[in-house]
Design a binder for this molecule. Structure first.
Ligand code: DGL
Length: 270
């Protein structure tokens, strides 16, 4: 069982930021990545739709005999994680709790900012998780939907993304002076890290949920005695529900490495 793969799914390409961190931390693990590129974005869809899509994704990964599943998508974690954990018996980790835990460790002012898709912010998942972990926190959240297409275009620095970031952070204006920790609550936002940092200022600590999730993936596998102990490095298999070619091109930007093979699959019928 320990040589079985870790299954990772996202609404599309963004979850590769999570895959990258898991691979860095756990190079011996085999990984199966599913990007639901035919149905992206999840960030604008309802809780019911995102939950249904997430179940399709889990069912697909189970056919690949994975030993654990990482829900790399913040929106899917926000809307679907409790239902998935209830329905399936294998360990399923989302990105919200890991990101929240790290933010709490970092904040000194006790005022945490959260940015994410419209769905993630509307779900209040980060707000609820943070408050559950520490009840005296002040939390300010705002959606930054344009960051997703910007990241996919590779338009991650310069005047345009800076102006967009500054406009979004206007909404946090009253709060931004005391926020000392900002959670990048979307798979795409780590790509815009340097722009976001420039706009919010160097004193604000940016929390990349991807790094935190890799840390918790290792923790769960260790606890369950499921770490792959082989000597050689693991293999990564990529599956997408839309064009494999497009995924390869944009995916390399997210993964910062060559993607050799991507297989197109149809899901949603099981
Ligand atoms: N993967 C999504 C997330 O992290 C962003 C893209 C989308 O809207 O599907 O929330």
């Amino acid at each position: 069982m320990s040589s079985a793969a870790i299954g990772i799914f996202d609404s599309g390409i963004g979850g590769l930021t999570v895959l990258r961190e898991i691979q860095k931390k756990l190079p011996k693990e085999n990984i199966v990545y599913l990007g639901d590129t035919a149905r992206v974005p999840y960030g604008t869809k309802s809780a019911e739709t995102v939950t249904l899509y997430s179940m399709h994704n889990v069912n697909f990964l189970l056919q690949k005999n994975v030993k654990m599943i990482v829900v790399a998508c913040n929106t899917a974690s926000a809307f679907a994680l409790p239902s998935l954990q209830k329905k399936y018996s294998l360990p399923i980790l989302g990105v919200i709790e890991p990101g929240s835990e790290v933010a709490i460790q970092k904040t000194k002012s006790g005022h945490i900012g959260v940015i994410g898709t419209e769905g993630t912010i509307r779900s209040q998942a980060y707000q609820n998780t943070l408050s559950k972990l520490r009840s005296d926190l002040q939390i300010s959240a705002t959606a930054c939907p344009l960051f997703v297409p910007l990241a996919e275009e590779g338009w991650i620095t310069g005047e345009v993304p800076e102006k967009i970031a500054a406009t979004y952070f206007e909404k946090l204006k009253q709060a931004i002076h005391t926020i000392d920790t900002l959670i990048l609550g979307c798979t795409h936002y780590p790509l815009l890290k340097s722009t976001i940092q420039k706009v919010v200022g160097p004193e604000v600590v940016l929390i990349d949920s991807a790094e935190a999730t890799a840390f918790y993936t290792e923790k769960i596998l260790k606890e369950k005695n499921l770490l792959n102990t082989v000597l050689e490095n693991g293999k990564v298999s990529f599956y997408v529900t839309d064009s494999a070619e497009k995924f390869k091109n944009v995916g390399e930007l997210f993964l910062k490495q060559h993607i050799s093979e991507v297989e197109h699959v149809s899901i949603g019928t099981t």
